[in-house]
Design a protein around this ligand. Structure first.
Ligand code: NAP
Length: 265
């Protein structure tokens, strides 16, 4: 039986990059999305092709669910139980930027509530559901001895970097960063390791509207590794975790940011 993963927000961008890397490793995949069914189906098809190229056979299923809504989170987990009957990896990737970037002296509560609901509450309670299922699996005598489920959450350099024109996003990502230490501490006794991946500037639809600004910043030395990050860069970090290459590390933050976080003088 193949290992199985749920990746939230896998229709596009970073989630899609993660799905492709896991496909190459032979993971069965639940490709979650919010509304873009066409993109989700394309990702699923591309994952099958990617697995085939790596001489693997996998299953890739798409599942619409808005992770900010409790019934949708429950439905996503039930869908995964029904399709694959096991969960080896949850990747909390889905997240949104504010629709309009607004100065913190002007920004309204509506955008704040939206970002907290999707970027924090969604992964926080989806992790709770997934963790309960993972514990059951580990404790089940049916489970193969090798089962060591894992949880990965995609936060952002915005967890610690102040952008005064999108405070709601920064506050949400800072809050999200507490998910990993909490669940790492709680789940270690069950052999479930929990990780945070903190991407820097990654080329996706999310950063499309600010491409010119970031092109300039990168060209002027914002990041020691002087290029945009790609969804594949993040996918490879998740792949390392998925292969259990960090077995004695939990609660760890892995920066995938071209060195953005380094203080330099
Ligand atoms: P993206 O290209 O805009 O893709 C967002 C993905 O999330 C899509 O698959 C979208 O589904 C899904 N999604 C949005 N709202 C959802 C909801 N309520 N429920 C379920 N799925 C939802 O974004 P991205 O750049 O790949 O970002 C992915 C994650 O990385 C986010 O958490 C983001 O904050 C984080 N991140 C991004 C960057 C960057 O530079 N791009 C940097 C650091 C961190 P649909 O296709 O159906 O809309």
């Amino acid at each position: 039986m193949h290992p199985a993963a749920i990746i939230t927000g896998a229709s596009r961008g970073i989630g899609r990059g993660i799905a492709l890397e896991l496909a190459a490793l032979g993971y069965d995949l639940i490709i979650n999305y919010a509304g873009n069914e066409t993109a989700a189906r394309a990702t699923a098809a591309d994952c099958l092709a990617r697995a085939k190229a790596a001489t693997r056979t996998i299953r890739a299923e798409t599942c619409q669910a808005d992770i900010s809504l409790a019934p949708d989170r429950q439905r996503l987990i039930e869908f995964a139980k029904d399709r694959f009957g096991r969960l080896d990896l949850l990747v909390n990737n889905a997240g949104v930027a504010p629709t309009v970037r607004a100065d913190i002296l002007e920004a309204g509560e509506e955008s704040f509530d939206r970002l907290i609901n999707i970027n924090v509450k969604g992964p926080y309670f989806l992790t709770q559901l997934a963790a309960r299922w993972m514990i059951d699996q580990v404790q089940s005598s049916q489970a193969p001895k090798a089962v060591r489920p894992k949880i990965v959450t995609i936060s952002s350099v915005s967890a610690y970097t102040a952008s005064t024109n999108r405070g709601d996003y920064c506050v949400a990502k800072a809050a999200l960063s507490m998910l990993t230490p909490l669940y790492a501490a709680r789940l270690a006794e069950h052999g479930i390791n929990v990780y945070e991946i903190r991407p820097g500037i990654i080329a996706t639809d999310m950063t499309g509207p600010v491409k010119a600004k970031y092109d300039d910043l990168i060209a002027n030395g914002l990041t020691p590794i002087q290029r945009w990050g790609t969804p594949e860069d993040v996918g490879k970090a998740v792949a390392a975790i998925a292969q259990d290459l960090l077995p004695f590390s939990t609660g760890e933050v892995i920066n995938v940011d071209g060195g953005f976080h380094l203080r330099r003088l």
